[in-house]
Design a protein. Structure first.
Length: 240
């Protein structure tokens, strides 16, 4: 049983690495047996695929450093904690705090997943970042939004108008094979089911405030200069 699970996870992580879909969150080595029965994932902060200053001048180095090493790390730590507490609750058959820890798991798990994707769908301008999508990704955008400009304006508006902290996400919805744009509040609210995020922009203030202050629209406009369309296309292919 244990072996089967291990093999399954290994296969899963190889598929994730091969397809490059957003975060390679789980590998077999990161599965740990708990003292209380069952297993847990030892979640880890993924390395940035570029230097902190690589997205300058569109996103400044200090913001990237804090965002990755402090904010994203906090979501990883929070997710581990929430899952440990749920594991302990099962062992003790004491679910008095199940709502609290489930909520923490959703918030921090959402944060971990989305940030892991966020780093990957960006690249230094002119070195993988910026420009416009092409190939099958462009075809799919045209099919579902009319053209690239209409998609971009829809996505930008969604990002600008998120209430409070959140995200704009481009999802692939499996049930009708469409790309759709959604907003996310915090890291998880307003999520839809049967969808896979393939592109996202973080519009929490911590993502832009040092450089842009209250000018979120300016940040959103500049962010297009660092979008890694090749990665988005890979994410879409994996989701399809
Ligand atoms: Mn963030």
């Amino acid at each position: 049983m244990k072996r089967t699970r291990r093999e399954f996870l290994k296969t899963g992580s190889m598929m994730a690495a091969g397809s490059l879909i957003s975060p390679s969150i789980v590998s077999a080595e990161n599965i740990i047996q708990t003292q209380t029965g069952g297993t847990l994932t030892k979640h880890e902060l993924p390395k940035l695929p570029y230097a902190y200053d690589a997205l300058e001048p569109y996103i400044d180095a200090k913001t990237m450093e804090l965002h990755h090493s402090k904010h994203h790390q906090a979501y990883v730590t929070g997710l581990i904690k929430a899952e440990e507490e749920l594991s302990k609750a099962r062992a003790a058959n004491d679910f008095a705090l199940v709502q609290h820890w489930s909520r923490r798991a959703a918030f921090n798990g959402g944060g971990h997943f989305l940030h892991a994707m966020f780093w990957k769908v960006m690249a230094p301008n002119g070195k993988g970042g910026g420009g416009e999508p092409d190939g099958m990704l462009l075809d799919k955008i045209k099919e579902d939004f009319g053209d690239y400009k209409m998609f971009m304006e829809n996505f930008s508006a969604a990002a600008r108008d998120v209430e409070g902290g959140g995200w704009a996400l481009l999802h692939y919805r499996r049930s009708d094979k469409r790309l759709i744009v959604l907003q996310v509040e915090n890291q998880h609210k307003l999520s839809a089911w049967d969808t896979v995020p393939v592109l996202g922009i973080d519009v929490w203030e911590h993502a832009y405030y040092l450089k842009y202050q209250n000018q979120r629209a300016e940040y959103v406009k500049n962010w297009w200069n660092v979008v890694n369309w090749k990665q988005v296309a890979d994410n879409l292919k994996a989701a399809m």
